[in-house]
Design a protein around this ligand. Structure first.
Ligand SMILES: [Zn+2]
Length: 378
């Protein structure tokens, strides 16, 4: 006797109507010699129950599953017998045939994944159907459709490739387009499309652009390095001249020994540059204490104050006068002299302003700036 154990699902309602007390998953022992050729063929295609690969001591180990799954619904049975197993085997065969026909009758809308397990077909009237478990549950459905699905995958891939190639052929080659990828580190011709002969000329054009870009960047870097070296040389000379002309003996000795801090040297240079303005008060920062509050401010001590400052092109007359006075006293055409308006704004919406005169002079590769006080606006 060649017996197989087959799990079937006895329907509760059908069992009760038939006067039976048992339902749910039942295991039937089937002698294959008692089955027809078609039934044996279907039996041979059944998957094992889920536990088959897990624990040999499990009572369901090695049991074939003959239950409704996925797209295929089996008829309700009232009891678990060899006859009902035969009924289910025949029903399963019919259902699988129907699935194959349904699949072939409809266009494949989309290949979701490769490998044939994720196929979506259009079932008409806007509905879609996933056929994604053929290999697991329906070996003969999969066997029948495998060729169709693989051909469709190949067709869709080719269509996608053609569309991509056409997009490349249609697009002009220019500085920035899909052919080129200018990541900062590595400008390159993108290679995400498999090489296609039709793209050869365009790829060559794109490569020329990439090569030009790489050269341009190298030139820029070289120029920047040269500029930087020249600036450093200019600064070294300037510090030398300044310390020689205005530094103390001690500073001159330290400069010669390479022991003079750069900050000390530039501070001296700044002093020399702005010497003509000595005696003018420097701008003093607006603080909380300066901020005025509205009469109905809830709590001036706790009122939030925010600060803002910017160069102003329009200004009160007194600020203008002070600017002219600074210009005359300094007597340097290369000085940049600007009026700056500083504002403290309180949460109670009162603005307090103060004006400064900013003087900037670029010399010896350095930028020197100071801000002087001005009469507050009326
Ligand atoms: Zn306030």
């Amino acid at each position: 006797m060649n017996r197989h154990r087959v799990a079937v699902e006895v329907d509760q309602a059908a069992a009760i109507k038939a006067g039976k007390n048992t339902w749910g998953t039942q295991v039937v022992e089937v002698d294959v010699a008692a089955l027809s050729e078609d039934e044996r063929d279907e039996l041979a295609r059944l998957p094992y129950t889920r536990t088959q690969r897990e624990v040999p001591s499990d009572p369901m180990y090695g049991v074939l599953a003959l239950t409704s799954t996925c797209e295929i619904a089996l008829p309700a049975i009232a009891e678990a017998t060899v006859e009902t197993v035969q009924t289910l085997l025949r029903a399963r065969r019919r259902e699988c045939q129907a699935t194959i026909e349904r699949f072939r009758a409809r266009p494949i809308a989309e290949i979701v994944g490769e490998g044939g397990q994720n196929i979506m077909i259009d079932t008409g009237n806007g509905n879609r159907m996933y056929l994604h478990v053929f290999c697991e549950c329906y070996p003969h459905v999969w066997a029948a459709l495998q060729g169709d699905i693989e051909a469709e995958i190949a067709r869709q891939k080719q269509a996608k490739h053609e569309a991509e190639v056409q997009r490349w052929l249609d697009a002009p080659v220019k500085d920035w387009c899909d052919y080129l990828s200018f990541s900062y580190q590595e400008p390159c011709v993108r290679r995400y499309i498999p090489i296609d002969d039709r793209l050869a000329a365009k790829r060559a054009d794109a490569q020329r652009l990439v090569d030009a870009e790489i050269k341009r960047r190298a030139d820029n870097e070289r120029r920047a390095a040269e500029d930087k070296a020249a600036l450093e040389q200019q600064r070294r000379l300037y510090i030398e001249l300044t310390i020689t002309a205005h530094g103390t003996k001690n500073q001159q000795e330290r400069l010669a020994a390479g022991a003079l801090p750069l900050g000390e040297a530039t501070a001296l240079a700044e002093q020399v540059i702005f010497a003509a303005l000595d005696g003018l008060p420097r701008y003093e920062k607006l603080t909380r204490a300066d901020a005025e509050h509205s009469d109905d401010c809830d709590d001036p001590d706790d009122c939030h104050v925010s600060y803002d400052a910017g160069v102003a092109t329009q200004m009160p007359g007194c600020v203008w006068d002070r600017m002219q006075a600074v210009r005359q006293k300094l007597a340097r055409d290369d000085a940049k002299i600007e009026a700056r308006r500083h504002v403290a704004t309180t949460a109670c919406k009162v603005e307090t302003e103060r004006w400064g005169i900013r003087v900037q002079i670029n010399e010896g590769g350095y930028e020197f700036a100071r801000e002087y006080d001005s009469e507050p606006a009326e």
